[in-house]
Design a protein around this ligand. Structure first.
Ligand SMILES: [Zn+2]
Length: 219
């Protein structure tokens, strides 16, 4: 049975539920996930010049510059299986990064079909969710609400991250999205690669809308 290979680029502000949708999409379409946050955390632990630099920047809460993100992405793309689609999450976060990702995919001749998915939520909704979420220290699963102390997925300790308690910091992240990520989204829009999904619905309905719109794009 022949199947179409396609690559997904998942976009959305913090609080859009992107991580959850990423997992669902990976499972449904048997994709390999490249998650920028994971790459950054792994690199920050590495005992190398780049590792130490990433550690310093990451610790300070600043965004990693495009060239460092490109290096991490290139590395990740070296380890992919060529006959399987990819889902990229947490990248690109600037227009420059969108162009970089395009170049990586072109150079590796990865399936022509590339689709960017934007999960849309309003700032008010994102803010409301971010100020009410917690995260598993171990597997990094993000949980809605702050009442759970033990992760339902892995049994790890659930904590509230400092940057999810500071409203100013949260607003700053949303601001970054408007200023820096929107131009990347427009990049995909202009190339007719973009699907927009309403993120202000239940997890199931967001997923259903995504799958339905993807179906129209990949046939
Ligand atoms: Zn966990």
């Amino acid at each position: 049975m022949s199947k179409k290979i396609f690559n997904l680029i998942l976009l959305g502000p913090a609080g859009s539920g992107k991580g959850t949708q990423a997992d669902l999409l990976v499972k449904k379409y048997n994709l390999q996930k490249i998650e920028a946050g994971e790459l950054v955390r792994a690199k920050a632990k590495e005992d190398s010049e780049l590792g130490r630099e990433v550690h310093e920047i990451h610790k300070s809460g600043r965004h990693l510059p495009d060239d460092i993100m490109l290096a991490l992405m290139r590395e990740a793309f070296q380890n992919i299986e060529p006959d399987k689609g990819i889902l990229v999450d947490g990248y690109p976060r600037t227009l420059g990064q969108a162009k970089d990702l395009d170049k990586i995919m072109n150079s590796l001749k990865i399936a022509e079909k590339r689709i960017a998915i934007l999960i849309k939520v309003s700032d008010e909704e994102a803010l409301r969710r971010l100020l009410n979420r917690s995260v598993c220290r171990q597997c990094k699963t993000v949980l809605i609400g702050r009442d759970k102390k033990i992760c339902p997925r892995c049994g790890g300790e659930v904590v509230v991250r400092d940057y999810d308690t500071d409203e100013t910091a949260v607003r700053k992240r949303l601001q970054w999205f408007h200023e820096k990520v929107m131009p990347a989204i427009e990049f995909y829009q202009q190339r007719k690669m973009l699907i927009r999904v309403n993120g202000e619905q239940s997890i199931e309905n967001v997923f259903e809308e995504t799958v339905q719109k993807l179906g129209q794009k990949i046939r």
